[in-house]
Design a protein around this ligand. Sequence first.
Ligand SMILES: Nc1ncnc2c1ncn2[C@@H]1O[C@H](COP(=O)(O)OP(=O)(O)OP(=O)(O)O)[C@@H](O)[C@H]1O
Ligand SMILES: [Mg+2]
Length: 220
Amino acid sequence: MSTLTLNNVTYKYKSAQRAAVSGISCIFDKGKVYAIVGPSGSGKSTLLSLLAGLDLPTKGEVAFDGKSLAGLDLDQYRRESISMIFQAFHLFPLMTVMENVCFPMELCGVTPKDAKPRASALLEGVGITKEQMGRFPSKLSGGERQRVAIARSLASNAQIILGDEPTGNLDGANTQNIIDILCGLAHENGYCVIIVTHDMEVAEAADVALRMRDGVLRAI
Ligand SMILES: Nc1ncnc2c1ncn2[C@@H]1O[C@H](COP(=O)(O)OP(=O)(O)OP(=O)(O)O)[C@@H](O)[C@H]1O
Ligand SMILES: [Mg+2]
């Protein structure tokens, strides 16, 4: 069963002359990693925001498991089905690293006692040490913050992971580490992973590579 289906999706910002996303029809399946590359301004982040239900298309339809997002409770869809890893990290500055990762789990009803070991395992998986887990995000490097953001996005059980340049601040070894984590989640746990990237290493590791140009998405 496919996860996300786009049917002739177009999105035009109110102030804009032309559509940022233009007539896209495609299917994103569970169990696969998709990479989207393309020049700045080609509509990649806009497309992700439509997939995340942050905006609805001006024309056409995005459907999740066969149901149009237009008819769903979008807050619930975002909370339960979508994990986002942003270009900017959006970590909570007044919470420690550990608290940042526990928080989304606790929002979903996991007790603090159960959340902590899971958060610790997720953070260790992206190379964050026990000592760093007790720090505030401002006391980490950019790459470390990015890895915390990734661990936090994995804390919920959402089936769809959307990443906007999730490896943008990482060196080669850490990029490979994140690629391995994301591929493992798709191939072994059935997640649908869709990432926007400028990194050819990431695009090559994906199951499907797509190119966005002037709001139109094509296979590479
Ligand atoms: N809030 C907005 N209002 C009006 N136009 C916007 C808005 N956000 C983005 N755009 C325009 O929509 C187009 C697509 O933007 P988008 O952010 O999706 O590009 P992108 O491919 O993610 O670029 P980048 O690689 O630089 O992040 C651009 O022409 C941009 O100027
Ligand atoms: Mg963008």
